[in-house]
Unconditional design. Structure first.
Length: 51
């Protein structure tokens, strides 16, 4: 699974469980198993993961 796919999968799971607003970038990085630097490099923002 590539990095972007991991991020999207983690985001979908967390957004479904906790809601978009309540899901912080730190939760996304933990769920995807990557650093915040990697997340921002591949997605840029939470909104970018759902558009």
């Amino acid at each position: 699974m590539d990095t972007k796919t991991k991020l999207i999968s983690a985001a979908e799971l967390l957004f479904d469980r906790h809601g978009f607003t309540a899901t912080g970038m730190d939760k996304l990085t933990q769920a995807a198993g990557m650093s915040s630097r990697t997340l921002y490099k591949h997605a840029g923002s939470k909104t970018a993961l759902i558009t």
